[in-house]
Design a binder for this molecule. Structure first.
Ligand code: ZN
Length: 133
């Protein structure tokens, strides 16, 4: 599956990962199915932010509400891997559900996208990110 991502969003994500440094950054991705149009940063409230992420629930609620009001939707979320691994981690796999949400991972200056495979399968399926204007 191909997912479009606005070029400004890729810059935002790379900058967020760089700013977070040794901690994982995280946030939500807004747009339409198959198209990421905006990224909204969130506080990582995980107990161990260097090795996992948990999007601030207040931000989650607010962004879902705002997206509905603007005719868009939350199509997924992003987080960074400070260790440079571009693959979903075992922690990621343990919490992912096959809900169609796009998982974007920023690692080592690159951005990859994934989707939890359907329930009958295990693990993540890689998505093709296509950068658009
Ligand atoms: Zn991860």
């Amino acid at each position: 599956m191909i997912v479009g991502i606005a070029s400004g969003v890729t810059e935002t994500l790379l900058a967020a990962a760089a700013t977070a440094g040794a901690d994982e950054c995280c946030g939500l991705l807004i747009g339409r199915p198959g198209r990421i149009m905006a990224a909204v940063p969130a506080r990582n409230v995980a107990a161990d932010p260097a090795r996992s992420f948990e999007i601030d629930p207040a931000t989650l609620l607010r962004v879902h509400r705002e997206a509905r009001g603007s005719g868009q939707q939350v199509v997924g979320h992003y987080h960074s891997h400070p260790d440079g691994s571009a693959q979903p981690s075992q922690r990621d796999a343990a919490r992912a559900v096959a809900d169609g949400q796009v998982w974007v991972i920023i690692a080592g200056g690159t951005i990859t996208a994934w989707q939890r495979a359907a329930a009958a399968e295990t693990g993540f399926t890689p998505l093709v990110l296509q950068v658009t204007a």
